[in-house]
Design a protein around this ligand. Sequence first.
Ligand SMILES: [Zn+2]
Length: 76
Amino acid sequence: MKALIPALLLTFISITAVLAKGGPPINELCPVDGKAGRVIYRVFSEKGTIIFCCATCLDTYQKSPASYPVAPKAEK
Ligand SMILES: [Zn+2]
């Protein structure tokens, strides 16, 4: 059990490092089609990091960002 803790900590640190660039995403759902967003498909805007469900939606958004208002994550 004790050996698990450093491993979990390392995992947490690497996730944090990935998210640190541009900050955590401001949304949870893809602004284009409303599916669950994935952190690997993201853009950095002045509002913060916006995530998408797939590369196609990311492209669609970047062609016309004003057409897809981003719904911010609900506060927990
Ligand atoms: Zn999408």
